[in-house]
Design a protein around this ligand. Structure first.
Ligand code: HEM
Ligand SMILES: [Cu+2]
Length: 614
């Protein structure tokens, strides 16, 4: 019975979504008939989805807890308790944080499974486990799912859980909007997983026209999913900015804000302002498909290149939505586990904000060979090179933080150090892709694939892992097994580098990306890459085993197992509903290491009530 009542909101959401879909699809078919559209299929899907989405949200809890107020009715809070909270529209930021974290770790594992399929096909030349279109669909699904993980897992998951704690607040500024940002995500996953049943989408995650306008209906599912995800990202950005600006505890001045909170503020500024642009691009493609418009159709006076500009005007800044929070996690962990304050804190903050500004000025480095005017090459090359200055500042701050520190090599610290190592390789190889002459050679090869996996996987995902092990005891109240954590780290680090370093080599030999077969001369390297990638995939089994086991029956972690000084550790694990029994007051620097007794008695913080929990 407990299970049935738990699933009631989801069931209600599905029923409302189905009703919405029928209304929208009917409208789509009617409009198509009126306008003489030959095939009403795609208009029906697009309009059906447009109505199904609010139906889903209302059914799942938005009506009961929020929207009914707009009509003068009385809202009812969710009554779900314990683990059942995670299956309901819940406004507690800690519940939303766990929902995001678990959802996106599952998405990451699924998308990782898809990469195993690709490497299975690419293990030897001449294989035909899947055809070119199936390969392209697998690749595109892997790409967009991983991009979603990289954009949302740290912000939606850890930032949701920890930012209100880190700034001494009770919740985020707009808790109901926060629940909405999460519950809008499951339809994204459903649409992406449905796409292969409708012919898949072979456009890559970039969805350039004209291909994305003329290919199978699966593409429409992708476009609607991406659009929905963007909406969630915009709302999340808005919520974090407002929370950080308005809800800081007394004494939590800008100069005392933990570095992770700064990184979330910086990333949120980008989510809020850049995501609209990709949304325009996606809407224009949807309109070309379902309403016969011609924004990008050269034959009818449209401009195909326009899409690439709009797309990258978001998608370059988006790489900083991915990496800034990972910088934040890494610096946070490096500081606590070196028992030293974040080195050059002020410069790090300036660097974060300069990255936000500069990230809007570099998008056309993805367009060097697109046929855009040549005189644009140099300015975009220079602006791209400029970004390496603030990025370098963050990197040096990471080194400065561990320099002569008392390193405590626990699992989170190992992942933070792994981040620093991998990101260096990602950053240096990026310079070759920023420079026009080398990029003209390297673009569209596996060199690019290796480069962005070094930044996104070696960087963002290692940062995610650092955060996962670091905050796991706070989130669950339980401790994972340290030996298995270390095993996961070394296994993943080694297999990861064995997988992606040879991709640079095979790229230099001229192997194109997004291909399902290649010349026999590249057989050995590809076999090596595939075997290493299977090892890499297997390393995640250690993580899943360790964390699931610890969550179910791990030893109690205690309130502050790392003896860290920031506020989230000064309350119980997991924290009570309102986070702190009493309003904390911040009286000093957040990284007060090196001050006598700082580690055991956080003198940066006065939370008299926290002691009552012991
Ligand atoms: C086990 C680890 C992984 C392996 C073996 C792997 C492998 C691959 C392969 C073979 C491709 C296709 C390259 C091509 O044909 O152009 C690809 C594309 C891609 N991967 Fe991964 N990948 C892994 C993890 C990740 C992670 C963690 C992320 C991001 C968080 C990621 C993001 C992407 C993106 C964005 C694409 C490009 C898709 C496109 O071009 O549209 N991958 N990956
Ligand atoms: Cu870029």
């Amino acid at each position: 019975m407990a299970v049935l009542s738990t699933l009631r909101p989801i069931g209600k959401g599905l029923v409302f979504a189905a009703i919405g879909y029928l209304i929208g699809a009917g409208l789509g078919i009617g409009l198509s008939a009126l306008s003489g559209h030959a095939d009403p299929g795609e208009p029906a899907i697009a309009l059906g989805y447009l109505f199904a989405l609010p139906g889903w949200l209302m059914g799942v809890g938005m009506w009961d807890q929020w929207a009914c107020e707009w009509f003068g009715l009385k809202a009812r809070a969710s009554t779900a308790r314990g683990w059942q909270r995670y299956f309901a529209f819940n406004t507690d930021h800690k519940v939303v944080g766990v929902q995001y974290t678990v959802t996106f770790i599952v998405v990451m594992l699924l998308a990782g499974g898809l990469s195993m399929l690709m490497r299975w096909e690419l293990m030897a030349p001449g294989r035909n486990i899947m055809g070119p279109i199936e390969f392209a669909t697998t690749m595109s699904l892997h790409g967009i799912m991983m991009v979603a993980v990289a954009v949302a897992a740290i912000i939606g998951g850890f930032a949701n859980f920890t930012v209100p704690l880190l700034i001494g607040a009770e919740d985020v500024a707009f808790p109901r909007l926060n629940a909405l940002s999460y519950w809008i995500v499951p339809p994204v996953a459903v649409m992406l997983l449905l796409a292969p049943l409708f012919g898949g989408f072979d456009s890559g995650w970039t969805a350039y026209p004209p291909l994305s306008v003329v290919n199978a209906t699966g593409q429409l599912f992708f476009l609607l999913a991406f659009l929905t995800f963007g909406f969630s990202s915009i709302l999340g950005g808005l919520n974090f900015i407002t929370t950080i600006v308005t809800l800081r505890a007394p004494g939590m001045t800008w100069g005392r804000l933990p570095v992770f909170v700064w990184s979330i503020l910086a990333a949120s500024l980008i989510s809020l302002t850049a995501t609209q642009f990709v949304a325009y691009g996606l809407i224009m493609i949807i309109l070309e498909r379902v309403a016969g418009m011609a924004f990008f159709d050269a034959a009818r006076g449209g401009a195909p290149l326009l899409y690439q500009h709009v797309f990258w005007f978001y998608s370059h800044p988006a790489v900083y939505i991915m990496i800034l929070p990972a910088f934040g996690v890494a610096l946070e962990v490096l500081s606590h586990f070196s028992r030293k304050p974040v080195f050059a804190y002020k410069w790090v903050v300036i660097a974060f904000l300069s990255i936000v500004g500069l990230s809007f000025l570099v998008w056309a480095h993805h367009l060097y060979v697109s046929g855009m005017p040549n005189f644009l090459h140099i300015p975009f090359m220079v602006s791209t090179e400029l970004i390496s200055i603030p990025t370098g500042v963050v990197f040096l701050a990471a080194l400065g933080t561990i320099w002569q520190g008392k390193l405590w090599l626990k699992t989170p610290m190992l992942f933070a150090l792994g981040f620093v190592f991998n990101f260096l390789i990602g950053g240096i190889t990026g310079i070759y892709l920023a420079d026009v002459p080398t990029d003209i050679q390297l673009q569209n090869t596996y060199f690019v694939v290796a480069h962005f996996h070094y930044t996104i996987m070696g960087g963002e995902i290692f940062g995610l892992m650092a955060g996962l092990y670091y905050w796991f005891p706070k989130i669950t109240g339980r401790m994972y097994n340290e030996k298995l954590g270390k095993l996961h780290f070394w296994w993943m680090l080694i297999a990861y580098n064995l997988t992606f370093i040879p991709m640079f080599a095979v790229g230099l030999k001229g192997m194109n990306r997004r291909v399902f077969d290649y010349p026999a001369s590249m057989a050995d390297l590809n076999m090596f890459i595939s075997v290493a990638s299977f090892l890499l995939g297997a390393s995640f089994l250690v993580m899943v085993f360790n964390l699931v086991r610890a969550w179910v029956r791990g030893p109690a972690a205690g309130d502050n197992p790392w003896r860290a000084t920031t506020l989230e550790w000064q309350t119980s694990s997991p924290p009570p509903l309102e986070n702190f029994p009493r309003q904390p007051v911040v009286t000093g620097n957040q990284y007060n290491y090196g001050v006598p007794n700082a580690a055991s008695a956080p003198n940066a913080v006065q939370t008299p009530a926290s002691d009552q929990n012991h």
